[in-house]
Design a protein around this ligand. Sequence first.
Ligand SMILES: Cc1ncc(C[n+]2csc(CCOP(=O)(O)OP(=O)(O)O)c2C)c(N)n1
Length: 348
Amino acid sequence: MASPDPATLGALADPAQYHEPVDLRDLPPAKAITALDTLLLIRAVEVCIGEGVRAGTIRCPCHLAIGQEAAAVGMASQIQPHDRVFGAHRSHAHFLALGGSPRQLLDEVLGRDTGCSRGMGGSMHLRDVAHQFWGSVPIVGATIPIATGAALAAQMDGRGALAVTCFGDGATEEGVFHESLNLAATLRLPVVFFCENNLYSSHLHIGLRQPADSTCRHAVAHCIPFLRVEGNDLPAVVAAMRQAADHARSGAGPFYIEALTYRWRGHVGPSEDVDVGVKRKDDLAQWKLRDPIGRLAAALEQAGHLSAAALSEAQAHARAAVAQAWDAAQAAPDPPQAALQGRVFSAP
Ligand SMILES: Cc1ncc(C[n+]2csc(CCOP(=O)(O)OP(=O)(O)O)c2C)c(N)n1
């Protein structure tokens, strides 16, 4: 079989395709149901955050990943206790997919003392080391070299752990991205470069920013094996991530994944931003038919593992859990004023 063209997304970029139920052959039903519950929880949390921003209750900038949930859940499926995962400005889904608490996330975006970063970070500085999420930052591309350093630490520790860095297609335009791929390949570091290509960087389509629409060509340039995957197909992302993680853990060096997906909301905030970007209005309607949740649920229903009533119940359960967390988060305390300086400088 010919290798895929590393520069071209081809049919994957066509929003009119891949609307059918996903292929469940490689994912046991119990795992698929658990994954569906996580996808529903992430969706419910992000819808809640969007409403909080719209109402003015949440005042930090929030970049929502509604529509991109399967990429995060597939990435998280292979993470083990000594691994270190890093995110970026759009990382609510990474945090939750790894097992982070919705309550701690909601507390954080509300600036509460009980948030995952003690209310000092907001949406773009999430951290939950107990669930292998070592941090996200707003500077585009900034966690890519940090993850590469974590992979060097993992290599020196010799426990078979790996580092994962999740970033968008826009981050591949940063110098540190290329420096990190070069170093990781040269030192054969156990790092998975996980690119969620949602075709946009802020309001600019990739066609206006890069000479080709697939970022996998950068992996080839740095002698790193790659897989390109339909990012709204949960079992496909799980399979790709399994191959990438096995490769990195075995000592064979870094691996590059490009998960093609699409965000339903604008770059930042809850609006759908259909009035900006190239053809976004028509494309968004098509991408909603390529919903990662709908396609997984349809496959489970088709295979007889899920009824329409059970799906509604799971959705209601996710929404109720989030509503309860939201109420509790609003009642949580703000950080004390003394914490402003106390958490900036480390004690001698
Ligand atoms: C170094 C740097 N340049 C520019 C910005 C402004 N900025 C924030 S997010 C973003 C878009 C990044 O796009 P991408 O990496 O594809 O991630 P996505 O938003 O699509 O998830 C930009 C340009 C920034 N935060 N940091």
